[in-house]
Design a binder for this molecule. Structure first.
Ligand code: NAD
Length: 502
């Protein structure tokens, strides 16, 4: 079947000539390199006005009862359900994800909306026993203010929704600065949101704003004291530039940065499961997930068998147009990503690695896209290139003999996002999850490192930035905690027995 044209995909998502033409930012589809739009960027000089509108919206929105705020997010979830196919197709067009992953990304948006709606009736604090008679102590969570949301190209819509759904029920307006590589997915999302806002009917103007451009536009959010929270998703380099500047003006950064995720495969592992998990997490999304599997640490007794099985599977991967049924590996985001992948493979060879696959693919794929064969690289040790995140489908394979050594190798990288072990030995599994085990924010047993559910808190340690988003109590990152003590007695006892009587 001939896939839908880019123009049809964009029109189906409600984008028209006013969105797609007359701007200064050229948008290309990684599918075939075609220029699909010229989007207007936001003048950095307009950013103070954007932020002032968000502040004005905040003063109204913070007083709307949280369950009522949840109603807006419920409507957003409904509109996303209706728009799932159209929005997923824009994600495929602009980020190059295969159809099922584009749809999955929109499903993730729907899931976080559902989660946030329930949460809007559960923003609860504690009551705490006071040491003073006639006193009560409690914690209350209050809205915090506008949230700046800076997102990466590889999850062009889901990451906004993780932040926005929580921020909106928490009483915070949002200002979204999407990746300059994926502004159309953001514009299409705003169309869906507009329908939810229209049905809701009483949201303040400026509650949800979109700005377009690169770091110069994001900088206004990073620098402004009127944006108390900045949630930034992207490379460690970006986080290193953004985090300290937000802290320097006493803002709260939520950083979701690069990963270098590993799997330990133990002697008792179910290799059938492991092979499937490795394929999805190492070659899925063409290796362009923050949680993609990049390092395989395999026990020497199963290393040869597992590597041979993977080499066989890698040689038959369906690489090609992500819009076509049956494709599992779409394109890299752009030619620069392909060049970085080739450079990393060159370094791996120089550091003693044996590379299987990894070459650019030009046959049987749309011309103009940066298609590659995923690479399997046998390494003699965890060398310098292995310790870096290369945002491409490269899987480094290393051996181990003792679990302690495997865990030490696992943790000996600067990043700390996601991790997993394949084992059927309870002792090994629990050791991996223990305080002496994986040092990552996410640690799985018999599941690959990618494809998290929204119910858990998502994020990682070390150079991954320490932020948490999505489920569990991540909502607390979007609110301020107030500890209140109320004295309903006729005396004024001081805490700790201090006497201060005239
Ligand atoms: P990137 O760092 O190039 O860009 C991300 C965003 O940051 C973009 O919107 C960009 O305009 C902005 N930006 C870049 N430099 C900036 C600066 N100095 N000041 C302000 N804003 C700036 O990342 P990318 O290539 O779009 O995405 C891939 C990276 O994102 C990978 O490292 C991946 O691991 C990471 N990522 C992490 C998570 C996570 O949750 N931990 C999720 C998705 C992607």
């Amino acid at each position: 079947m001939t896939p839908q044209s880019h123009a049809e995909t964009l029109a189906a998502a409600g984008l028209d000539a006013a969105d797609l033409t007359g701007g200064d930012l050229a948008v290309r589809s990684p599918i075939d390199g075609a220029e699909v739009a010229r989007v207007r960027t936001t003048d950095p000089a307009a950013m103070p006005g954007v932020i002032a509108r968000a502040q004005a919206a905040f003063r109204i929105w913070r007083e709307v009862p949280a369950p009522r705020r949840g109603e807006l997010v419920r409507l957003l979830g409904e509109e996303l359900r209706a728009a799932k196919a159209a929005l997923g197709a824009v994600v495929t067009l602009e980020a190059g994800k295969i159809v099922s992953e584009g749809l999955g990304e929109v499903q993730e948006m729907i899931d976080i909306c559902d989660f946030a709606v329930g949460l809007s009736r559960q923003l609860h604090g504690l009551t705490i026993a006071s040491e003073r008679p006639g006193h009560v102590m409690r914690e209350t969570w209050h809205p915090m203010g506008p949230v700046g949301i800076i997102t990466a190209f590889n999850f062009p819509v889901a990451v906004w929704s993780w932040n926005a759904a929580l921020a909106l029920v928490c009483g915070d307006p949002v200002i979204w600065k999407p990746s300059e590589k994926t502004p159309l997915s953001a514009l299409a999302t705003m169309r869906v949101l507009d329908r939810a806002l229209a049905r809701f009917g009483e949201a303040p103007e400026g509650l949800c704003q979109l700005v377009a451009g690169g770091p110069e536009v994001a900088s206004a959010l990073v620098e402004s004291r009127d944006v108390p929270i900045v949630s930034a998703t992207g490379s460690t380099r970006m986080g290193a530039a953004v985090g300290p500047r937000v802290l320097a003006r006493w803002g709260r950064p939520i950083l979701e940065l690069g990963g270098n995720n590993a799997m330990i495969v133990a002697p008792s592992a179910d290799l059938d499961l492991a092979v499937r998990a490795i394929l999805f997490s190492a070659v899925g999304t063409c290796g362009q997930r923050c949680t993609s599997l990049r390092r395989l640490i395999v026990h020497e007794t199963v290393r040869a068998e597992l590597t041979a099985r993977l080499a066989r599977a890698y040689s038959g991967l369906p690489i090609g147009d992500p819009r076509l049924e049956g494709t599992l590996v779409g394109p890299l985001i752009d030619p620069a990503a392909r060049d970085r992948m080739q450079a990393a493979l060159g370094r791996a060879r120089a550091e003693g690695g044996t590379v299987h696959g990894g070459a650019p693919v030009t046959e049987g794929v749309p011309a103009g896209g940066a298609y590659v064969a995923p690479a399997l690289v046998e390494m003699p040790a965890q060398t310098a290139v292995v310790r870096e995140e290369t945002f491409a489908p490269i899987l480094y394979v290393m051996g181990y003999e003792r679990l302690e050594a495997a865990i030490a190798m696992h943790n000996d990288v600067p990043q700390g996002l996601s991790s997993c072990i394949f084992t059927t030995d309870l002792r090994e599994a629990e050791t991996f999850l223990s305080a002496a085990g994986s040092d990552c924010g996410i640690a799985n047993v018999n599941i690959g490192p990618s494809g998290a559910e929204i119910g858990g808190a998502f994020g990682g340690e070390k150079e991954t930035g320490g932020g948490r988003e999505s489920g569990s109590d991540a909502w607390k990152g979007y609110m301020r905690r107030q500890t209140a003590t109320v004295n309903y007695s006729r005396a004024l006892p001081l805490a700790q027995g201090v006497r201060f009587d005239l």
